[in-house]
Every structure is written in structure tokens, then in C-alpha cells.
Ligand binder design. Structure first.
Ligand code: SAH
Length: 256
């Protein structure tokens, strides 16, 4: 599509997605935490089928593929990310059993009881934790697993500034026991939860920070780009100030 034909909205999204496509992961995470979450999951074989929802360019999906023998499908809304995902899979010689497809987590292209494992790092917030757990459950086989990261409060109370920021940015943010209860109510046995270490956030923000200057230079004078970077910087600043109060938690459950 030529730039002239794009609406402002589409152009804005392109700018934002380009910013994220320059990094290996589009959210806080690491090989270590992917492997730690994977260590709670049993029974995967060559015949198992796994979906990674909101996979981005596939940083974590590659780690999964290198450590389990299953067929893996990455689902992602943004086609540029999927192109990169499939390129990465090819480069790592994993393309015979992993594939990225363009799709929407609100309308996943799977059959009921199709999957042995649903993975989603830093992405379920797009549909909402409760809705994602409830709607995706039908795609899992009985005894299948789900493993997701979700932004979570670490304390019962927190300073107003951070409370208000996240309330506005993601009103479903809640405490670990409340999230675990939601998982149980959605029909899963909660298997494990663990906090994604601070280093994942600081790595994520520092990589982002490195791309800010060149990004702003390229889009010199573009209001969307400036506002977007401004918002990213503010979010990072708040994280450093209030990291004792919130962060990502991995939730691993088993369909019962
Ligand atoms: N899992 C990756 C990417 C996390 S960023 C990682 O941890 O690095 C969240 C991703 O969800 C983005 O790539 C975004 O494009 C994707 N996304 C947002 N809404 C979506 C939807 N409705 N369906 C599928 N993917 C979606």
C-alpha cells in the first residue's frame, strides 16, 4: 500500500510497529523465563500442537521450538512481524515444524480441543486476561496447558500516581491471588506463578531507549512518533520509580 493511500491511523500504526520490529522481543521477557515456565509443562511430544498467541517476531517462540519437539504456530495481528517471524524460523532451521500466521486472538483459527499448549507472553492484555483465558480454553485438549504473562500488582495498596496510570492503561491489572482465582474460575488448575525478574523490564526499556534517538531522527517532526516515544519514556520512568509495586507474572494453568 502506498503511503498516499494510507489513512493517518494506518500510518500511525506503521510508525509504532516499525519501532517495535527493531527489537528481538516486543515485551519484557527472556530465554530464562520462557524455559522456567516451560519446566512446569509435562507430556509434550512430536505429536503435540502448540500456539503462541500475539507472538510478535517470535523471540520466545524460537526458544520454545528449540526446547520442545512439537508443531508450533505463532499467531500475530501484524503481518510485518509474521514475515520476520517466518524469516527467523527459516534462519534457525526450525521452519519445518513452526509457522507464523496472521490472525486475531479474538477469533483464533483453531478447532476445539486442537491444542496441547497455549503460550502468550506480554500479549493477553490485548484481549484481557479473563476474556483470553475463557475464550481460548475451548481450543485446548483436556489436560492441556496455558502459560501467559500478565501485568500484576505485587501489593494490596500502591501510590496514587502508579495506580492511576495503570488503571487507565490496563484496568484489568490486579493482584496475584485475584488473577489465580480468575484462572481457576475460567476452568484451569493453577499450576504455578512466578514473577518475571526486573532484569527483563530493564533490558526491554534499555533496548527501547537505544532505538528512540534514531527513530525520532527518522520521523523528525512526526507528532505520532514524538508522542509515542514520550509515552514510552514516561512508562519506563514510572517502572523504575514504582517497580516494587507491579510487574509481569507468569501464570501457568492446566485445563480441567
Ligand atoms: N510475545 C511477543 C510480543 C509481545 S507484544 C514478545 O513477548 O516479545 C504484543 C503483541 O501482540 C504485538 O506483536 C501485537 O501486534 C500483538 N497483538 C495485539 N493485538 C492482537 C490481536 N488482537 N491478535 C493477535 N495479536 C495481537
Amino acid at each position: 500500500m502506498s503511503k498516499e493511500k494510507q489513512t493517518i491511523h494506518e500510518f500511525d500504526l506503521n510508525v509504532i510497529y516499525e519501532y517495535f520490529s527493531n527489537v528481538e522481543r516486543q515485551g519484557p521477557g527472556s530465554q530464562e523465563i520462557t524455559l522456567k515456565a516451560l519446566s512446569f509443562i509435562e507430556g509434550l511430544t512430536e505429536k503435540s500442537k502448540v500456539a503462541d498467541i500475539g507472538c510478535g517476531t517470535g523471540g520466545q517462540t524460537m526458544v520454545l521450538a528449540q526446547n520442545i519437539p512439537c508443531e508450533i504456530i505463532g499467531v500475530e495481528l501484524w503481518s510485518d512481524f509474521i514475515n520476520q517471524f517466518n524469516q527467523n524460523a527459516q534462519n534457525k532451521n526450525l521452519h519445518d515444524r513452526m509457522k507464523g500466521i496472521v490472525g486475531n486472538m479474538e477469533n483464533l483459527p483453531f478447532q476445539e480441543e486442537d491444542l496441547d499448549l497455549i503460550w502468550s507472553e506480554g500479549a493477553i492484555y490485548n484481549i484481557g486476561f479473563k476474556r483470553g483465558l475463557n475464550e481460548w480454553r475451548k481450543f485446548l485438549k483436556q489436560g492441556g496447558y496455558i502459560a501467559v504473562t500478565e501485568n500484576t500488582w505485587f501489593t494490596e495498596e500502591r501510590p496514587a500516581e502508579i495506580q492511576e496510570f495503570w488503571q487507565k492503561a490496563y484496568s484489568e491489572i490486579d493482584t496475584i491471588p485475584n488473577k489465580v482465582a480468575q484462572m481457576q474460575k475460567a476452568g484451569y488448575l493453577p499450576i504455578a506463578t512466578f514473577i518475571v525478574p526486573e532484569s527483563c523490564w530493564t533490558n526491554y526499556y534499555s533496548i527501547m531507549q537505544k532505538t528512540h534517538a534514531s527513530f525520532l531522527k527518522k520521523y523528525n517532526g512526526n507528532k505520532t512518533a514524538e508522542e509515542f516515544v514520550g509515552y514510552q519514556r514516561y512508562e519506563a520512568e514510572l517502572y523504575y520509580k514504582y517497580k516494587a509495586y507491579y510487574g509481569y507474572v507468569f501464570y501457568i494453568g492446566k485445563k480441567i
